[in-house]
Design a protein around this ligand. Structure first.
Ligand code: NAD
Length: 347
C-alpha cells in the first residue's frame, strides 16, 4: 500500500541561512546566485569546477569555490552548513555536445549521487535538482508537430541516450532520498533555457545563442549567409532565464511538489526556421540560409505541456520569445564586439 509522507512545515528561510548553488560558474547557476544575492541572502556559497576567472558571473559578497563535484569529499565541503542546496552542475551543452560526449554526460551521475548524500549528511532542508526535457521518451518526439510532453511521458522510459538517461536516473535518486530518508527534494525538467550570460560560442552553446551569434557574424563579416544545423523544421520551446529562476524558486518552496518532477518551460513551440526569422527581424537583415543535414539535431519536435505547473503554481513561464531574444541578441552582440577588440568575454 502506498504510504503518504507527512510534510513537516519548514521554519521560515532566514536571510543568513546557508544557500549552496552548484554549477554557479555556468549560465543558470550564475544567474540564480545573483538572484539570491539581490534578494538579500548573505550566506551564499557558489561552487563550480571551472577556475574562478572562467565563471560567467562572479557575484560580489558570495563565497565562490572552485571544486570538482564528481569527487565525494568536495561535495561534503560544498554542503557544509547548507540549509538549501541547488544542484545545477552538469557536464552539458547543446546538441553538438550531448550527442558527441555521452560518456561525459553520463558521468554527471557522480555529481548528483555525491551531492545528494553530502546534502543529506549536512542536514540540508531542501535539495533542488535541475533535470531536463531530455529525460522524456524520445519515441513521443518523432514529429515536428508533436503533442506537448506531460510529466507522465517520461515512462515507459526511452530517454535521450547519455544525457537524458543520466537525468532520469538522478531524478530517481532525488525521489528516493525523500521516500527513504526524508530529505525534501525538488525536480524541475527544464526545456531549453536561453538569455544573457549563457554560452554563445565554443561548441556547448544552444540554438538561440548559436543563431544570434551566426547572424551577428554574418552581418559583421558581410557574408550574407548562415549555416543552420538540420533542415530547419525541428521544433522546440525556449524559456527565458528570468522565468527559469522564478520557477526554480517556486518549485523548490512548494510542499505539494516534493520529489515530483515538473515541467519548467514555455509552451510557445517554434521551428528552427521560425527562430532564425525572429533573430533576422531583430537584427534587421535577411540572410541566405544553408542547411547542414549532417549536423546533430536531436528529436524532431518537443514542447512543454504546462497543465501541471499551472495547476500547482497558478503560473507558467511567460516571457514572449521575441522579448527574450531581443535581450539575448543585444548581449551576444556586445560580447562579440568586445572579443573582437581583444577584451575578455564570457563564451
Ligand atoms: P552550464 O554548462 O552553463 O553550467 C553548468 C556548470 O556545471 C558549468 O559551469 C560547469 O563547469 C559545471 N560543472 C560541470 N561539471 C562539474 C563538476 N564535476 N563539478 C563542479 N561543477 C561542474 O549549463 P546551464 O545551462 O547553466 O545548466 C544548468 C543545469 O540545468 C544543468 O544541470 C543542465 O543539465 C540543466 N539544464 C539546462 C538546460 C538549458 O537549456 N540550459 C536545459 C535542461 C536542463
Amino acid at each position: 500500500m502506498e504510504k503518504t509522507r507527512l510534510v513537516e512545515k519548514d521554519p521560515k528561510l532566514r536571510k543568513d541561512d546557508g544557500i549552496v548553488i552548484t554549477g554557479a560558474g555556468g549560465f543558470i547557476g550564475g544567474a540564480l546566485t545573483r538572484r539570491f544575492h539581490d534578494q538579500g541572502f548573505t550566506r551564499i556559497r557558489a561552487v563550480d569546477k571551472k577556475p574562478l576567472y572562467e565563471w560567467y558571473q562572479r557575484v560580489p559578497g558570495v563565497e565562490c569555490l572552485s571544486l570538482d563535484l564528481s569527487n565525494e569529499d568536495n561535495c561534503r565541503r560544498a554542503c557544509e552548513g547548507a540549509v538549501e542546496v541547488y544542484q545545477l552542475a552538469a557536464d552539458m551543452g547543446g546538441m553538438g555536445f550531448i550527442e558527441r560526449f555521452r560518456v561525459e554526460c553520463l558521468r554527471s551521475i557522480l555529481i548528483n549521487t555525491h551531492m545528494l548524500e553530502a546534502a543529506y549528511r549536512a542536514g540540508a532542508r531542501r535539495f533542488f535538482y535541475s533535470s531536463s526535457a531530455c529525460a522524456y521518451n524520445t519515441q513521443l518526439q518523432q514529429d515536428p508537430n508533436v503533442r506537448a510532453l506531460k510529466e507522465s511521458d517520461a515512462y515507459p522510459a526511452m530517454a535521450e541516450r547519455g544525457y537524458g538517461w543520466e537525468k532520469l536516473m538522478s531524478e530517481m535518486f532525488c525521489q528516493e532520498y525523500w521516500a527513504e530518508r526524508g530529505m525534501k527534494t525538488s525536480i524541475a525538467r527544464f526545456h531549453n533555457v536561453y538569455g544573457p550570460n549563457g554560452t554563445w560560442d565554443g561548441g556547448r552553446e544552444k540554438a538561440p545563442a548559436a543563431i544570434c551569434r551566426k547572424v551577428i557574424e554574418a552581418i559583421d563579416t558581410g557574408t550574407g549567409r548562415i549555416t543552420i544545423w538540420g533542415d530547419g523544421t525541428r521544433t522546440r520551446s525556449f524559456m527565458y532565464i528570468d522565468d527559469c529562476l522564478k520557477g526554480i524558486d517556486a518549485i523548490m518552496h512548494c510542499d505539494d511538489l516534493i520529489a515530483t518532477p515538473i515541467n519548467l518551460g514555455t509552451s510557445e513551440m517554434v521551428s528552427i526556421n521560425d527562430l532564425v526569422a525572429k533573430v533576422e527581424k531583430i537584427a534587421g537583415v535577411k540572410l541566405k540560409l544553408e542547411y547542414d543535414l549532417s549536423a546533430p539535431v536531436g528529436v524532431a519536435g518537443r514542447n512543454s505541456d504546462n497543465t501541471f505547473i499551472k495547476q500547482m503554481l497558478h503560473w507558467e513561464p511567460n516571457t514572449p520569445l521575441n522579448t527574450g531574444l531581443r535581450a539575448t541578441y543585444q548581449w551576444i552582440k556586445e560580447q562579440y564586439h568586445a572579443r573582437k577588440k581583444g577584451q575578455r568575454v564570457v563564451e
